[in-house]
Design a protein around this ligand. Structure first.
Ligand code: NAP
Length: 177
């Protein structure tokens, strides 16, 4: 039987578990001194599909980038509204577990779950996440948008690796099934 491809959460968090301030600033993250691209391109090569929530997508589109950052990958954005697809993005609604399980059963590389916390909550409740790679920034925010929202889930993890990129600590976990 062929191996299913994994859904991997690859995300940066403050030490106290926030992925952005309440006003969606990532200044606390971008001001940290890392090393190289902090493992990003190495990870990026392992995926061919990118998934995110609509607020994360809107944040990216507000960044004044020259082009969409994930042009060479299949990109799905979850929303509960009707949004027209673009040349780079499919907007998806409806049966989230069905779509993700279909993707997992297709041939291909891994699937990057970009975030944010709201979409992650559904993925966790539906037991769709296989691996978590969290890069912890040396910052405590006190409040903000949480990585892990309160929800009906509990994960038992197996720690696979820890690496540092100067001030960042990257921890890789596999979800025990
Ligand atoms: N630190 C990092 O590495 C990192 C990574 C990713 C994101 N972020 C930050 O996180 C913030 C956004 O995170 P967030 O938790 O507020 O929002 P999010 O999860 O990115 O997006 C939430 C939106 O996604 C849609 N959605 C969520 N769950 C859904 C479901 N089960 N089915 C269908 N649609 C669903 C809804 O869109 P509609 O409202 O359109 O229905 C919802 O409003 C941004 O500021 C972003 O910059 C940081």
């Amino acid at each position: 039987m062929k191996n299913k491809r994994n859904v991997v959460l690859f995300i940066a968090s403050s030490l106290d578990g926030y992925i952005a301030t309440k006003d969606e600033s990532l200044e606390w993250l971008f001001s940290v001194e890392g090393e190289g691209d902090n493992g990003f391109s190495e990870f990026y090569d392992t995926v061919d599909t990118v998934i995110m929530g609509k607020r994360t997508y809107d944040w990216i589109m507000n960044q004044d980038l020259k082009e969409f950052p994930y042009v060479n990958k299949d990109c799905y954005v979850f929303t509960r509204s009707v949004v027209e697809d673009t040349e780079n993005v499919k907007f998806v609604r409806g049966d989230l577990p069905k779509l993700i399980n279909e993707l997992k059963n297709q041939e291909g590389k891994n699937i990057w779950l970009v975030g944010g916390g709201e979409l992650l909550q559904t993925f966790l409740e539906e037991k769709l996440v296989d691996e978590l790679i969290v890069t912890v920034a040396p910052a405590v925010l006190g409040k903000g948008i949480p990585l892990f929202r309160e929800g009906d889930y509990q994960l038992n993890l197996s720690m696979k690796s820890v690496r540092t990129f100067n001030q960042f600590v990257e921890i890789q976990y596999e979800v025990k099934k």
